[in-house]
Design a protein around this ligand. Structure first.
Ligand code: 6PG
Length: 237
């Protein structure tokens, strides 16, 4: 089951995403005393991160109860311009008092060992047998990839929690959460904007084309919302 929300502009979509996250974190903290979120990389979430750090949202969020993780990370140092950690850190995490930050160590020499390390981190933070993020924030590429799960990647069939992958991207080496982790989430939030994503959005949401990794992100028990701007939704309206 997917809920689709079409907003006029990318800023409206970021506003809607901030509202969803504020509500989900309040519910999680009320129920379990903690809110665990996996952040997305790429450029789309930047506006959302800045919004959450703004006076409009900052003071209605219980940051101290947040544990922050990532859905994927490029094999670059945390200060690198292409680092997903740096993107969230600069726009949000240095501006709010988040409880715990669990960076994906994709800058490690041995990426397979780093994947196993992050899997151990996940197991250590979640209650045994219930590795369910409260929110997983995801973007989507024009090829239908999400996190660093790309079309035809062997990682799509992995039973591990975290995989080291080689992506068809200028920064090829990455770490990514696997579909098993994503689909265990209580709430998946796709934030997708821009006309260049419209065809992939149509293939995922209208054609259910399972060749696109984003089509395979359907939480087993959780909710899945797609927040789109007008341009990204232009072929499904
Ligand atoms: C990454 C992201 C990736 C991203 C999409 C969309 O590390 O590249 O995790 O999955 O969400 O590529 O990127 P944009 O938001 O920049 O279009």
């Amino acid at each position: 089951m997917r809920d689709i929300v079409i907003c006029e502009t990318p800023d409206d979509a970021a506003d809607a995403a901030a509202d969803v996250i504020q509500r989900q974190q309040a519910a999680a903290i009320a129920a379990r005393g903690v809110f665990r979120i996996a952040l997305a990389g790429g450029g789309t979430p930047r506006r959302l991160y800045e919004l959450l750090a703004s006076a409009e949202w900052k003071d209605v969020i219980a940051w101290e109860s947040w544990e922050v993780f990532w859905g994927d990370e490029r094999a670059v140092p945390p200060a690198h311009a292409e680092s997903n950690f740096r993107a969230a850190n600069d726009a949000l995490l240095t501006r709010v008092p988040v409880g715990e930050i669990w960076r994906m160590p994709a800058d490690a020499q041995d990426l397979n060992a780093a994947a196993a390390d992050y899997a151990r981190t996940l197991r250590s933070r979640f209650e045994p047998g219930s590795l369910a993020f409260d929110v997983v924030l995801l973007g989507m590429g024009a090829d239908g990839h999400t996190a660093s799960l790309f079309p035809d990647s062997p990682a799509l069939e992995s039973g591990a929690l975290v995989e080291a992958v080689t992506a068809p991207h200028v920064i090829a080496q990455r770490l990514t959460l696997t579909l098993g982790v994503l689909n265990s989430a209580r709430f998946i939030l796709f934030l997708v904007a821009g006309a260049e994503k419209a065809r992939a959005v149509e293939r995922v949401l209208r054609e259910e084309d399972f060749r696109l990794p984003a089509t395979r992100v359907i939480p087993r028990d959780g909710e899945c919302w797609w927040l789109l701007d007008h341009a990204a939704a232009s072929l499904i309206r």
